[in-house]
Design a protein. Structure first.
Lengths: 656, 133
C-alpha cells in the first residue's frame, strides 16, 4: 500500500456496487455538465480529452456527466449537453465507458432530464404542474400529461439500456438541483391532483415508476438515484427534510441500489455549495440517510472537499462512498496525492463556483484553480519539457507570478521569484484576511504555492523590490523577466480634487499597513471596496459608508458571489450610495454628490480609496532594454482578479 | 388570509419610486398576492399616463397577466403593508432573499429587459441572484 492509503484506510478500502467491485470508496460525481459538446448532443474531442483526465483521477467509481434522454430536448438543461436518446450516440459512449473501465473504475452513466430547468432550446420546459419560474433564465412551464409521463419513463429506460449496451456498469438518475425527478417529488412544483400528485406517496410515484422502468430494462446493473436530503425549498412550500427522507425510503423499496444524497435547488433561497458554507456542514443529511436506509449504499460529498474528512466520515458510518467532483476539477491528482501522502500539494477547490455559474450563461465550464481544465485537448495547454532551459526572474509573488513560476519550473526552467513583501501571496493575502466567507479557502491557494515552489526548487527572494537600479545589478543573469507586480491605486481621476492626499489606499488597510478609524467612508463599491467595508464593519465595528459612482455595487464581482456582497452590506447595515461622486475630502470627512446633484457630507475619520487600479506598466518601459524576453501577467497587465491571474500565469508558464 | 396593502398607498409607493418604473412599457404588470389562498391580486400596471395600482380577483399565475408575481407569506405581507409608505423595496428585497416572498417570473429575462424591467429587477435584488449558490 502507498503511504497515504495507510493513513486513509477507510477511503482506500475496496467497495461493491451490485455485482461490481470498486477499488476504493470514491465516486466521481457528475456534478457538472461541461457544455463542451455539440448543440445536437454529440461528444466532442474536447470532451473526450477531459474525460481521459476524469478517468485517471483514481476514483473507484466514475459517473459520466448527465445525458438527456428525449429527442425533443425537453430534458436538455445546457446548450451543449450530451444526448443519449438514440443509438447513433452509442459509439461515443462506448469510448468513454471503455476508458473509465480500462482505468479500473466502475462506470456509471447519468441520465439527466432537467424538467423545470430544461427545454433550453425550446420555448418551454415540462413539469408536473404549471408553477412559474423564479429565475428568469429558465423557460415557462408546460404540464405533463399522463401519456407524456409514461413516454418520459420509457425514454429513461431506453437511455439506461443504451448506456449499459455502451459498456457502462450502471446508471444514475438525478433530482439534484431541482431537475424533473425533484419536480415530481417536491410539493413546490408538484400540485397535481391525479395519482402523481398530492400525498407524498403519490408524488413519489413517478420516481418509483422510473426506478422500476430502468430496473426492468437493466436488471443486472445497479441504479443510483440522487435525492435531496434537503431541498432548501421548504419556505416556498417545498418538501421538508422529513419528506425528503420518506422519499428515500420509497426509492429503497422500489429497488434502487445506491442513494446519492444531495442538497438544494438552483433557485433555493439559501446557499448550499458556495464557499460561505463550511466544509462538513451538510454531513448530518448523509448520516440520517444511512440510518433510515441501512441496507442501501449511501454516497455523499456536498461541501466535503477534503479526503481526510471523507475518511473520517467513512469510519464513522456517515456514508459508504465519498462523492466528489469539484475538488477534482481543481486538482485532478487529488486522489493520487492523498494515496501518496502528498495532500499538502493539493490545489483546493475554493468554491468560487466559476464552474457552475458559467453554465447558466451558456458557456463551457472552467475552473478558477485549474487553468488547463477544458483545454486538455490543446497542446498549447500541456506542461511539456522546455526545448531551451532558461533562467527566469519573476517580479511579484502573487497568484499570477507564482502560477507562472511553478508552471515554468515544471518544464525545467530555473526560476527565481522576487517580491517586495515579506510573504508570498500578494494582494490575495490581504483579500483573504478581510474575507467574511472563508479565508481558509483563499489562504490554501497561497500555501499550495509555498509547498509546490519549495519542492520544485524555485528560489523566492522576499523583501526585495525590483526597480531599474536592481535590474542593472542583475544584467545578463536572466534570460526572461516576467512582470507580475500587480496593480496600484489609480487616483488619476481625483488628482486635482481637494483633499486627495487625505485618502488612504484600500490595499494598505487590507494588508494592515494602515489602521482605519471608527467612522469610515469607502470610495468604490467593487469587490475591493466592499470586502474592506464589510471587514471593518464586522470585525472592528466601524461605521462604514460605501460610495459608488456606478448605478450598482459589486460590478466586478463574480455572478455567483454578487448576492453575497449584497446580503452582507444589508445585514451589516452598510449604506451604499450609488450613482454618487466623491467631491472632496477634508479632515471632517468626505463630500459626495449624489445622482441628482445634491451634495452631502459624510463624516469620517478615514476615507479609503478603492475606486480603480492601474497596472504596473512603468516597469515594462524601464526594463525593456535590460533583458532578452520581457513579459507581463495578471493585474500588471489589466487589473482584474484571482481567476485571470492564475489563468494568465499558467498560460505564460507553458510557453516560456 | 392576509390583507393586501391599500391600493392608494400602493400607487403612491410607485410614484415615490418613479425611477424604478419610468422605463416600463405600457402593459407591464407586477402583481402581489398572499401566499395562502390568494383571492385577490394587487397590481402595478404601466400605462401611457404612468403607473396605476388596482386590485382584481386572482385568476391564477398565468391568467393574472402579470410579468412578475410576488407571493408573500402572512408575515412578509404584514411587513410589506408596514413598509408601503417607507422602505418598501428594502423589505421586498429582503423577503425575496430570505424566502418569505416568492418572486415568480412569468416572462423570460430577455422579455423583461425589453419591457424596461431592469431597474425594478435590480431593486428586487435580481441583479444579485441566479443559479448556483
Amino acid at each position: 500500500m502507498k503511504p497515504g492509503e495507510l493513513k486513509l484506510p477507510y477511503l482506500f478500502q475496496p467497495g461493491q456496487l451490485g455485482r461490481f467491485k470498486t477499488k476504493n470508496r470514491i465516486k466521481y460525481g457528475a456534478c457538472c455538465v461541461s457544455n463542451y459538446n455539440t448543440r445536437d448532443g454529440f461528444i466532442t474531442e474536447r470532451e473526450f480529452a477531459r474525460m481521459r483526465i476524469i478517468a485517471r483521477t483514481g476514483c473507484g467509481m466514475i459517473t459520466n456527466q448527465g445525458a438527456y434522454p428525449d429527442p425533443l430536448g425537453e430534458g436538455k438543461a445546457y446548450f451543449r449537453q450530451v444526448a443519449i436518446f438514440d443509438d447513433k450516440f452509442l459509439p461515443q459512449f462506448e469510448r468513454i465507458a471503455a476508458d473509465i473501465k480500462e482505468q479500473g473504475a466502475v462506470a456509471i452513466q447519468q441520465i439527466l432530464h432537467a424538467g423545470r430547468y430544461g427545454g433550453i432550446d425550446l420555448g418551454y420546459c415540462i413539469q408536473p404542474s404549471d408553477v412559474p419560474q423564479t429565475l428568469p433564465h429558465f423557460r415557462p412551464p408546460k404540464v405533463m400529461t399522463k401519456e407524456e409521463i409514461r413516454d418520459c419513463i420509457r425514454q429513461h429506460a431506453q437511455a439506461a439500456d443504451r448506456a449499459i449496451r455502451a459498456g457502462f456498469d450502471g446508471t444514475e438518475i438525478t433530482s439534484f438541483m431541482g431537475y424533473l425527478l425533484a419536480n415530481f417529488n417536491s410539493r413546490f412544483t408538484n400540485q397535481r391532483t391525479d395519482e402523481y400528485g398530492g400525498s407524498i406517496e403519490n408524488r413519489g410515484r413517478f420516481m418509483r415508476e422510473l426506478i422500476d422502468g430502468i430496473k426492468q430494462a437493466t436488471p443486472d446493473n445497479p441504479l443510483v438515484v440522487r435525492l435531496n436530503g434537503a431541498e432548501l425549498m421548504d419556505k416556498w412550500g417545498g418538501n421538508t427534510e422529513d419528506e425528503c427522507f420518506e422519499l428515500m425510503r420509497q426509492a429503497v423499496d422500489a429497488g434502487v441500489d445506491m442513494i446519492s444524497v444531495t442538497v438544494g435547488w438552483q433557485e433555493a433561497p439559501e446557499s448550499s455549495i458556495g464557499r460561505d458554507i463550511p466544509p462538513g456542514y451538510w454531513n448530518y443529511l448523509s448520516e440520517r440517510a444511512k440510518k433510515i436506509c441501512p441496507n442501501t449504499l449511501i454516497t455523499f460529498g456536498n461541501r466535503l472537499p477534503d479526503p481526510r474528512m471523507a475518511d473520517a466520515c467513512l469510519r464513522d458510518g456517515v456514508f459508504d462512498f465519498w462523492e466528489v467532483c469539484r475538488p477534482l476539477l481543481a486538482d485532478p491528482d487529488l486522489i493520487h496525492k492523498a494515496a501518496e501522502d502528498r495532500l499538502d500539494e493539493t490545489r483546493r477547490c475554493i468554491g468560487s463556483l466559476n464552474c457552475l455559474s458559467r453554465l447558466f450563461r451558456d458557456l463551457p465550464y472552467t475552473c478558477t484553480m485549474n487553468p488547463a481544465l477544458g483545454h486538455e485537448v490543446e497542446p498549447e495547454y500541456q506542461v511539456t519539457p522546455a526545448a531551451v532551459k532558461k533562467k527566469i526572474m519573476i517580479i511579484g509573488a502573487g497568484p499570477a507570478g507564482m502560477e507562472c513560476a511553478i508552471t515554468a519550473a515544471k518544464r525545467g526552467h530555473e526560476v527565481t521569484v522576487f517580491d517586495k513583501a515579506a510573504r508570498i501571496g500578494g494582494n490575495l493575502y490581504a483579500y483573504a484576511m478581510n474575507d467574511l466567507a472563508r479565508p481558509d479557502d483563499l489562504l490554501s491557494v497561497i500555501s499550495h504555492y509555498e509547498v509546490v515552489a519549495k519542492r520544485l526548487g524555485i528560489e523566492i527572494r522576499l523583501n526585495t523590490e525590483v526597480h531599474a537600479k536592481f535590474m542593472r545589478s542583475v544584467l545578463h543573469q536572466y534570460d526572461v523577466c516576467v512582470i507580475a507586480a500587480g496593480a496600484s491605486a489609480d487616483r488619476t481621476h481625483y488628482e486635482n480634487m481637494e483633499g486627495v492626499e487625505l485618502m488612504v489606499d484600500a490595499l494598505d488597510v487590507a494588508h494592515g499597513r494602515i489602521a482605519a478609524g471608527k467612522r469610515v467612508v469607502v470610495i468604490g463599491g467593487g469587490k475591493v471596496g466592499l470586502t474592506i467595508a464589510e471587514a471593518l464593519r464586522k470585525n472592528q465595528g466601524a461605521e462604514v459608508t460605501v460610495v459608488e459612482k456606478n448605478k450598482r455595487i459589486a460590478g466586478d464581482v463574480k455572478p455567483s458571489f454578487k448576492w453575497r456582497h449584497a446580503s452582507w452590506v444589508e445585514e451589516l447595515g452598510i449604506p451604499c450610495l450609488t450613482s454618487s461622486q466623491l467631491v472632496k475630502v477634508t479632515k471632517e470627512g468626505a463630500t459626495v454628490r449624489d445622482g441628482k446633484g445634491v451634495e452631502i457630507v459624510l463624516p469620517a475619520d478615514t476615507v479609503i480609496f478603492a475606486d480603480g487600479a492601474k497596472p504596473a506598466h512603468e516597469l515594462f518601459h524601464e526594463f525593456e532594454w535590460m533583458v532578452d524576453e520581457l513579459h507581463g501577467v495578471g493585474d500588471a497587465m489589466i487589473p482584474r482578479g484571482l481567476e485571470q491571474a492564475i489563468q494568465e500565469g499558467f498560460r505564460l508558464g507553458v510557453r516560456l | 388570509m392576509s390583507a393586501l396593502p391599500d391600493t392608494v398607498a400602493w400607487s403612491a409607493a410607485a410614484a415615490r419610486h418613479n425611477e424604478l418604473f419610468a422605463a416600463l412599457t405600457p402593459g407591464a404588470r407586477i402583481g402581489l398576492v398572499a401566499r395562502e389562498a390568494p383571492a385577490s391580486i394587487l397590481l402595478w400596471e404601466a400605462s401611457d399616463t404612468g403607473i396605476q395600482a388596482r386590485t382584481a380577483p386572482y385568476p391564477g399565475f398565468f391568467d393574472s397577466g402579470a410579468d412578475i408575481l410576488l407571493s408573500a407569506d402572512a408575515e412578509a405581507m404584514a411587513a410589506i403593508r408596514a413598509a408601503v409608505d417607507g422602505q418598501l423595496f428594502s423589505v421586498l428585497r429582503a423577503g425575496i432573499r430570505n424566502g418569505d416572498v416568492i418572486c415568480y417570473m412569468l416572462s423570460r429575462r430577455c422579455e423583461l429587459e425589453v419591457q424596461g424591467y431592469e431597474e425594478l429587477l435590480d431593486a428586487l435584488g435580481f441583479a444579485f441572484m441566479g443559479a448556483c449558490r
